[in-house]
Every structure is written in structure tokens, then in C-alpha cells.
Design a protein. Structure first.
Length: 279
């Protein structure tokens, strides 16, 4: 059935897109960046983009320039509206190209659109023929089962990922409310509570607030890593997200320093062992 084939093509190109995106982002960052909203190693937006190019533009394969520009425009439209819909749903812009040359509302930019055009040409003339051969090894009677497994797996992943993002949003809101509540309660208590008791209450409430922020930092690590340019139109939420990004950078630097210290310690132990052996 043609639909089963399209589902398998979509899944394959989602995986290819994930590999490309992770490579593209990890090399300049100098550490592994697990891109994507979902938990699995695939990016559906690339799968949808590839399917648009294959279904609508493969018939024009005699015109590579047309494939380039058609792929460039169509995938950029897809990225723009995906960004817009996700921002409405999650109240956060998961990627922001505002600092890039020739961008449209930070949702798409000329650099990425050009890369999408190049990838469209690559898909039509290089990748898709091999994808067809690869999938042809799957027995025809198994196509329906494989496609259904893919759909079920991705539906479960999407559900879990939406829950994770919703939890992230709730925690952001809880930290914001807790911060305001802490300021208000301390302002009231300061005038009504003896100095010693006030200081104890202040420490206790501050500790509770810090514990909540630590939980937020831990749970948000995947989202902040996957979308390093994530932002929000709400000023308070935007500042919270920027603080999370800064905390992540500090965390990475701390881990890097610890690794360097461990390497140096191992080196010193090795040298000391070598000296003793020589004696």
C-alpha cells in the first residue's frame, strides 16, 4: 500500500534529519547536542519536508534549479508555520533566528532556507533512490505492520514529549509565582515578626525556593539543550528561560573543569607510579 511506503519514507527522513541537525549543532558547540522536541532520534519536521519535496516536486527532477528553489520555499513555509503553531501551543518560541541575516520574525532565515534547498536536491537525486532500495528489502506483507509500529511509537513519543513540555511550562510558572509570593510574604513578615524568627523564616523560605529552581534546572535540561535559542514573548518567562540557559552553560563549564581535573589527577598518578617503578 502506497501510504505504508510513505510512512516508512517519512520515518527514514526524520532520522536522517535528526542526524544532520545533531551534527550541524554539535560541531560548533563542541559537545553532543540532542536536538528535537521528541525523545526518539528523529525530527518529524524533516520527514514532512522531505515528503513534500518527493510527492510534489519529484516529477520535475529534470530541472534541478527548480527543485532547489521549490524545496527552499516549501520547507521554509513548513518551518515558519511549525514555529508559529508550537509557539501558540507552548507559549514559547522553540527556535529563534532573529540574529541571523534575512530572517522572517525569527522563524526562518536565509541561511537555513538555502540549506533546505540544497537538502531537497540531495534527497531527490541522491538519497531517495537509495531509500527506495533499502525499504524494498522489507517484505511487502510486512509493510503494513512496520508502518503501524512506526505510527504507534511516534504517537506515544509525541504524547510523552507534550507532557514533558507542559511540565516544563508549569514549573516555569510555579517558580515565577513562588518568587513573587516569597517577596510578598517576606515584606509582610518583616514588620510583624521578631528579628531572629524573621531570619529563620527567610532562610527556610529561600531554601524552598532554591530547591524548586534546582528541580526546574534538572528537568529542563533536555529542552534547553535541544532548543538553545528557545525564548518567549512574555518578558518574565523570557528572563526565566535566559537564566536557565546561563545555568546550563555554567553546568557544562563545571563538568568540563571536573573532567580536566580528573584527567590531570590520573596523569599525576600514572607519572608517580612510573617513578616508583623506575626506582
Amino acid at each position: 500500500m502506497q501510504l505504508d511506503l510513505y510512512i516508512m519514507y517519512f520515518f527514514m527522513y526524520s532520522i536522517v534529519g535528526y542526524v544532520c541537525e545533531v551534527t550541524y549543532c554539535s560541531i560548533p558547540a563542541k559537545h553532543f547536542v540532542n536536538r528535537g522536541f521528541l525523545y526518539g532520534p528523529y525530527l518529524p519536521i524533516y520527514g514532512f519536508g522531505a515528503m513534500i519535496v518527493i510527492v510534489f516536486f519529484q516529477r520535475f527532477s529534470a530541472y534541478p534549479i527548480l527543485i532547489f528553489f521549490a524545496g527552499m520555499v516549501s520547507t521554509s513555509i513548513l518551518e515558519f508555520f511549525t514555529s508559529w503553531i508550537l509557539e501558540i501551543v507552548f507559549n514559547a518560541k522553540l527556535w529563534d533566528y532573529s540574529k541571523y541575516f534575512a530572517n522572517i520574525k525569527g522563524r526562518v532565515c536565509l541561511l537555513n532556507s538555502t540549506l533546505f534547498g540544497i537538502m531537497s536536491v540531495f534527497v531527490i537525486y541522491v538519497l531517495h533512490p537509495y531509500t527506495i532500495k533499502f525499504i524494498s528489502f522489507i517484505p511487502i506483507w510486512m509493510d503494513a505492520y512496520v508502518s503501524r509500529i512506526i505510527l504507534i511509537g511516534m504517537c506515544v513519543d509525541v504524547t510523552a514529549s507534550i507532557y514533558g513540555m507542559a511540565s516544563f511550562q508549569r514549573q516555569l510558572e510555579e517558580v515565577r509565582k513562588k518568587g513573587k509570593e516569597l517577596e510578598e510574604r517576606l515584606a509582610i513578615l518583616q514588620g510583624e515578626t521578631p528579628a531572629n524568627a524573621f531570619e529563620l523564616l527567610k532562610v527556610k523560605m529561600s531554601d524552598e525556593f532554591e530547591e524548586m529552581k534546582i528541580r526546574l534546572n534538572t528537568s529542563s535540561r533536555k529542552i534547553v539543550n535541544a532548543f538553545p535559542s528557545i525564548t518567549s514573548s512574555n518578558e518574565e518567562t523570557r528572563l526565566q528561560i535566559e537564566l536557565l540557559k546561563m545555568n546550563m552553560r555554567n553546568y557544562r563549564e563545571k563538568m568540563k573543569m571536573q573532567k580536566l581535573k580528573l584527567k590531570q589527577k590520573a596523569k599525576d598518578i600514572s607519572q608517580e607510579y612510573a617513578k616508583r617503578k623506575d626506582k
